[in-house]
Design a binder for this molecule. Structure first.
Ligand code: ARG
Length: 280
């Protein structure tokens, strides 16, 4: 008899559509999270090279990447994940917490309007997919630093999905997508200490098999990932997560976004997923 081993799941990549924004005006000129140090130099040319590599990886994997025009004077506009939340072709606009980023919301909304999407201008502060992560039929919704909890009901009503609130407590992990990563329709990985005790219990209940990230994983932004269900793009420094993901049958792909990390962002922050209306 052959020994019994649990079969490794076969991971299938679905074609995705992403929206990105070239970091032509990237800089750190203000500080709205603990990573941002305006006194430290940034190099826009390096940011552009690192970002182009990320875009090239998506294209090489067969995904579609649309681009929104960067606006001068909006150095954080490269973080497209914050631009909106898109589910079934419906677009809930962002509404930023800080004045420095406020003009990004209409710039992204305009792109979606011009491209024929059904849009809603948000009533409450929310920072798009920074705090709204779609996991199958459910939306995990961060709050604590940026997104107003009143926005959660607005998102549930407009996007037509169950919304589960999660409270972030560590200022280094100010957006949900810096502390939790969606791997598949029912799989996530996360960094427990970034969440309130109550939210840790919610996550344990919903995802008992989840990958738990270490301090070292979280500190290099290893949870700020983009997964197509098979390939997981994440910080190359997150060695432990690369091993765990490979063990679970995913294909981890390391990216170097060190320049963008100076503003507190990595792969996921640069990537907004456009989930189109399902054809009936
Ligand atoms: N400097 C930006 C901010 O603090 C970084 C945003 C990162 N985006 C994200 N989806 N986590 O708002």
């Amino acid at each position: 008899m052959l020994p019994q081993t649990s079969p490794r799941p076969v991971r299938v990549a679905g074609p995705r559509r992403y929206l990105m924004c070239r970091p032509e005006h990237f800089d750190v000129t203000y500080s709205i999270n603990p990573w941002m140090r305006p006194d430290k130099p940034t190099d826009t040319a390096i940011a552009l090279v690192q970002w182009e590599r990320l875009r090239g990886l998506f294209l090489g994997l067969g995904h579609r990447v649309d681009l929104v025009d960067p606006v001068p004077g909006l150095p954080d506009m490269v973080f497209a994940a914050n631009g909106a939340t898109v589910v079934d072709g419906r677009v809930l606009s962002a509404r930023f917490r800080h004045a420095e980023r406020a003009p990004e919301a209409p710039a992204y909304l305009e792109w979606f309007r011009a491209n024929g999407f059904r849009t809603r201008e948000a009533e409450f502060v929310n920072e798009g997919e920074g705090d709204y992560l779609v996991v199958g039929d459910r939306i995990l919704a961060g709050t604590g630093f940026r997104t107003d909890p009143r926005s959660h009901a607005e998102a549930a009503a407009f996007l037509g999905r169950e919304v589960v609130a999660l409270t972030l407590v560590d200022p280094r992990f100010y957006h949900l997508d810096t502390a939790l990563s969606v791997l598949d329709d029912d799989e996530v990985m996360y960094y427990p200490p970034a969440f309130s005790t109550q939210s840790q219990a919610v996550l344990l209940d919903l995802y008992p098999e989840a990958v738990l990230a270490t301090d070292a994983d979280a500190e290099v932004f290893g949870l700020n990932t983009v997964s197509d269900g098979r390939h997981v793009l994440l910080a190359q420094e997150a060695a432990h997560l690369h091993d765990v993901l490979a063990d679970r049958g995913f294909v981890p792909i390391g990216v170097d976004l060190s320049e963008l990390l100076k503003s507190g962002g990595s792969a996921k922050c640069c990537t907004l997923e456009i989930r189109e209306e399902k054809q009936k």
